[in-house]
Ligand binder design. Structure first.
Ligand code: PMP
Length: 293
């Protein structure tokens, strides 16, 4: 069933509307000129994990594109929470999206309305669960993450996902689950929708997100690893270094912690550190039980 034909409600500019009626006009600025930003969040046990961090990033992404979302962080959080309840899910994926509307056409759209919508659906596993256990296979993407002087690379802006979709489609056409993107300098950057981590001799290595998304899951995983006493080195990583890494995993809100077995010519084995972090992340996202329970 097509995504626009699901049931339930969508929060749309302050109102709850029937899912199938949450429509926009074809002359929407966001569609033509990618003046759009979004978030991806997950609810576990009825609670949206790190909701405020995602909401703050959404607002910040809009500001990078030069617009102010016309709702406060408190209002956006409340809308997400109420929608989750109305949808009746405890475990779900949450997608807020903000965009410039259809009031005028052309590159300049100073007075177009800033719209905000939130949809929530059930999305159990981003990667095929069977592949996930063994570690997924990644192709090397042809496109690179852009120089921050070329694009607003820190924003979660829809326009930046054009090269992600092209790269992911090319990888899938060759039988891979995803693609690893290098950055504009040729360093290891990230996958098309998740950050990347490596392990060598008990130490974790992950690239410095200076020109790609600093994932909220990435920050969580770094904290979890350090809590376990595992050293985490955030640094520039050259693609040839992948030869020496023994474990590799991706992390992101949708992907959670997903082991990787292969990137282009390089091979990895999901090992003790990856498995530990898969488990630690799974417990971290669960709502804490009340002391009284
Ligand atoms: N990089 C990209 C390109 C992404 O789309 C995502 C998913 N939002 C991430 C990294 C991970 O970010 P987060 O952990 O905040 O979901």
């Amino acid at each position: 069933v097509s995504f626009d034909q699901l049931d339930g409600q969508i929060w749309f500019n302050g109102e709850f509307v029937p899912w199938r009626e949450a429509k926009v006009h074809v002359l929407t600025h966001g569609l033509h000129y990618a003046s759009s930003v979004f978030e991806g969040e997950r609810a576990y046990g009825g609670r949206i994990f790190k909701l405020r961090e995602h909401t703050d990033r959404l607002i910040a992404s809009g500001r990078v594109l030069g617009f102010e979302i016309p709702y406060t962080a408190d209002e956006i959080d409340a809308a997400c929470n109420e929608l989750l309840e109305r949808q009746g899910f405890t475990d779900a994926y949450v997608r807020p999206v903000a965009w410039r509307g259809s009031e005028s056409m052309g590159v300049s759209a100073q007075n177009n309305r800033i719209n905000l919508a939130i949809a929530i659906w059930q999305w159990p596993s981003y990667f095929d669960p069977e592949q996930r256990m063994r570690g997924i296979r990644l192709d090397m993407a042809e496109y690179r993450r852009p120089d921050p002087r070329t694009a607003p690379s820190k924003a979660k802006a829809s326009g930046l996902y054009m090269i992600c979709t092209i790269s992911k489609h090319a990888a899938e056409a060759k039988g891979y689950a995803d693609a690893l993107m290098l950055d504009w300098r040729g360093r290891v950057a990230e996958a098309t929708g998740a950050n990347v981590f490596f392990v060598q001799d008990g130490v974790i290595h992950t690239p410095d997100p200076d020109c790609f998304l600093d994932g909220i899951t990435r920050r969580t995983v770094i904290e979890l690893a350090r809590r376990r006493g595992i050293e985490v080195r955030v640094r520039a990583i050259q693609p040839e270094e992948m030869e020496g890494f023994t474990e590799c995993f991706l992390c992101g809100t949708a992907a959670e912690v997903t082991p990787v077995s292969e990137i282009g010519p390089y091979r990895f084995q999901p090992g003790t550190i990856t498995r530990q972090l898969v488990e630690d992340y799974a417990s971290e996202v669960q709502p804490q039980r009340m002391a009284a329970e």
